[in-house]
Structure formats: structure tokens, C-alpha cells
Write a protein that binds this ligand. Structure first.
Ligand code: PLP
Length: 401
């Protein structure tokens, strides 16, 4: 954080996203900070060269390209400030932010508790990599709350949350999980990609590590991959060391796109929220729709926790449509005009993908009938998006088999 942290505290989120991590006086008066391309850092004297070895593990020191540049530190400091963290650590993707956070705490012989509704590749990492290196992983129900306690083992090192859950949007009672974790000295991490620090700040709820797929809303334009890990002071050096040992490095232009995206994060995310609520509302009254899965809706598991802890909702949610043959689904999705099919989300454009939660849950089972559809609601005119969805649902309902 900057020296005038207490003064910064008084500024609002939007102001801080606009001003954090840049100082025109140091950049020839230019508004934006420069992009530093670089590997080698030059040391003018032998004394400085030798002293630099001590800086390898320090926060915000320019030592060698892989370990960060003034561009990287600008983004990291800006994010740490928005999340009320001690520091932020940038990595090459959202998934790298997940894996680095886990590997910083879990090794051979350790145990990790992972939420059953975790992002698919997070789960694949647990099953395909953690188990291979001798880490024991147990999946838990996202609605477990304080009943996580009996699942804790003497070797449990980390409880990983993702709230709301991927695909189906269950909201976790993170404060309850944190209070149990603290009793046993276990580190807690939460994937906060959905809410962004605008609507949820994990560290304010006692979580040690906030993981963000910055690829999504921070970059915001579907044009770069980026991950950010914001931590408290005691976790910072462990996570940074893990990142550095793994040889993670970031392309300077992608770091810049992250910093640039952050300037407009708040306005974009508020508009995504507004659009998604309008579409969800419209869908909830549609004859083909069985259920809307959106944390701001009272039927969403954990809705009360969302209302208590979150300051808003974003553009990503799911809904369930009546079961019909695959041909009907293809007829709906293949001819959408504005909702494109594609993975990822958080950019300015609308996206749609079918989801199959029944295939990837082990601690809980997905019993609901019907096809789950996940949408990311972009920044197009909402009337146009509703019109596109209306035609799609008509094709779905009217496909002759
Ligand atoms: C997309 C996503 C990630 C991974 O981010 P990438 O930048 O695509 O690697 C992690 N967690 C969640 C919840 C995501 O949606």
C-alpha cells in the first residue's frame, strides 16, 4: 500500500480504481504508466549487485524481469488496495492463481478441503496433479457452513472456497468456514472472480487469500490472460515464493491490459449487474424456463448469505430450461445472433454455454431435471439481448424431433 494509506482509505472504490498504480509526475506527465519490457536489470556497482540478492523475496523490488517490473507492481499494488490486502501477486492466468495459491500451502502428505462447486479446471488440478504429488483432497458441499469441522484432519493445510459456485451459483458462508479454520490454524482461500473486489472483498471477511481470474472482469475485454492473488501479510511471502519458484512470468503488455481494464472495472461491472438482473427477471417469467440460478434471487442456495455479505451481483448466471432432445438445444444455440458460444466470460460481449453439473460433483449430487444454460450478459442493449433469447427459446421449444 502507498505511504498515505489512511488518506487512500477515505477515497471511494471508483476513485481508487482510477488513480491507483500511476503517478503522472513520474511518467513525463502522461496519464498512464509506461509498459516496461525487460529481463535484465542493471546494477552499477558490485555492492548493489550483491545487495540485490537480498531483494529477491522482497515486495515490490525490481530485481529481474521474471520477478516483476514497475508495470507489474503498479497492477499488484492497485489490486491489493482495492481488496484491502497486504499485497497482490500477479500470475499468468486465473488458473495459475488457483494452483499457485494451493501449492504455496499443500505438499506431499497434506490435506486440502475443496468446494464441490469449484471451477472445472481447479477440480482437474486437484484430481490430476495434487493427488499425483501426494496431496489428499476432500470435496465438500458449498452449503456446509460450520459443519466443515468434522471434515478437518490433523494434516489439513488449506480450505479452498469459490463463492458463488461455478455453473450453479451456490453462495458459501465464508465467515463460518473461516471461524472453524482459525480454530485449527488452517489457511483459507476464496476464488472471487465472479464478484470482483467491487462487490466482495474476501480479506474483509477474514479469508487469507483472494484469488481472481483477472482474465474476466479486470481485463474485461477478452484480450488477455491474467491472474491475481491478494493476501494478508502472513501469507504474502509464502505465495510470492511459490510463484517465483514455479518460474511464473507475465507478458508486460498483458499486465498493462489488466491495469487499463481496472480503470473502468466499476462502471462495467455495475452495468453487467443491471443487464443480467433484467435478463434473469425476464427469463424467470418464461414458459420454457424451470428455474433461474442467480445469487440475487431468493431461490438461490445461499441467497441470504449473498444479501448479507455481497454488495452486488455481476453478469454471469445460469438458468434451467425444460428437458428436450440435443437437437432442440443445438437449434437454439447454433442460431443465436448476439449470444456467442465460448468459454471464459467477463468481457464486453454476451456468451452462452450449456453446463452439465451432474458430471462433476462428488460431495453433492445434482438432481435437478432440465438443461442448465450459463450466460454472461454483455454490454449490448438489453432489449436486443432479450429478443435474441426469446427467439432462441422459441426454436428450442418448437424443434420438431
Ligand atoms: C475462468 C476462471 C478461472 C480461470 O481463469 P483463466 O484466466 O481462464 O485461467 C478461475 N476461476 C474461475 C471461477 C473462473 O471462472
Amino acid at each position: 500500500m502507498s505511504d498515505n494509506a489512511s488518506e487512500q482509505e477515505r477515497l471511494g472504490f471508483d476513485t481508487r480504481s482510477v488513480h491507483n498504480g500511476r503517478d503522472p509526475r513520474l511518467q513525463g506527465g502522461m496519464v498512464n504508466s509506461p509498459v516496461y519490457h525487460g529481463s535484465t536489470v542493471i546494477y552499477p556497482t558490485l555492492e548493489e549487485l550483491e545487495l540485490s540478492r537480498l531483494d529477491h523475496d522482497a515486495k515490490g523490488k525490481v530485481v529481474y524481469g521474471r520477478l516483476g517490473s514497475p508495470s507489474t507492481f503498479a497492477l499488484e499494488n492497485a489490486m491489493a488496495d482495492l481488496e484491502n490486502g497486504f499485497g497482490s501477486i500477479s500470475v499468468s492466468s486465473g488458473l495459475a492463481a488457483v494452483t499457485t495459491s494451493i501449492l504455496a500451502f499443500a505438499g506431499s502428505g497434506d490435506h486440502v478441503l475443496m468446494v464441490d462447486t469449484a471451477y472445472g479446471p481447479t477440480r482437474a488440478f486437484c484430481d490430476g496433479f495434487l493427488r499425483k504429488i501426494g496431496v489428499d483432497v476432500t470435496y465438500y458441499d458449498p452449503l456446509v457452513g460450520e459443519n466443515i469441522e468434522p471434515m478437518i484432519k490433523s494434516n489439513t493445510k488449506l480450505i479452498f472456497m469459490e463463492s458463488p459456485g461455478s455453473m450453479t451459483f451456490e453462495v458459501q458462508d465464508a465467515p463460518k468456514i473461516v471461524s472453524i479454520a482459525n480454530k485449527y490454524g488452517i489457511t483459507t482461500a476464496l476464488d472471487n472472480s465472479w464478484a470482483t473486489p467491487l462487490f466482495y472483498k474476501p480479506l474483509d471477511f477474514g479469508i487469507n487469500i483472494s484469488v481472481t481470474a483477472a482474465t474476466k472482469y479486470i481485463v474485461g475485454h477478452a484480450d488477455a490472460m491474467l491472474g491475481l492473488i491478494t493476501t494478508d501479510e502472513k501469507s504474502f511471502y509464502l505465495v510470492k515464493k511459490c510463484r517465483d519458484l514455479l518460474g511464473q512470468s507475465l507478458a508486460p503488455d498483458d499486465v498493462y491490459l489488466g491495469t487499463r481494464g481496472m480503470r473502468t472495472l466499476a462502471v462495467r461491472v455495475r452495468q453487467h449487474q443491471h443487464q443480467a438482473l433484467a435478463l434473469a427477471e425476464w427469463l424467470s417469467g418464461h414458459n420454457e424456463v424451470l428455474e433461474v440460478l442467480h445469487p440475487a434471487f431468493a431461490n438461490c442456495p445461499g441467497h441470504d448469505i449473498w444479501a448479507r455479505d455481497f454488495k452486488g451481483s455481476t453478469g454471469l448466471f445460469s438458468f434451467i430450461i425444460k428437458p428436450r432432445p440435443k437437437k432442440a438445444l443445438a437449434n437454439m444455440l447454433d442460431h443465436m445472433k448476439l449470444f456467442s458460444m465460448g468459454f471464459s466470460w467477463g468481457g464486453f460481449e454476451s456468451l452462452i454455454v450449456p453446463q452439465y453439473p451432474e458430471k462433476s460433483r462428488t460431495a453433492t449430487s445434482w438432481e435437478k431435471q432440465g438443461q442448465v444454460i450459463r450466460v454472461h450478459v454483455g454490454l449490448e442493449d438489453i432489449e436486443d439481448l432479450i429478443c435474441d433469447m426469446e427467439s432462441g427459446l422459441r426454436r428450442y421449444a418448437e424443434t420438431n424431433i
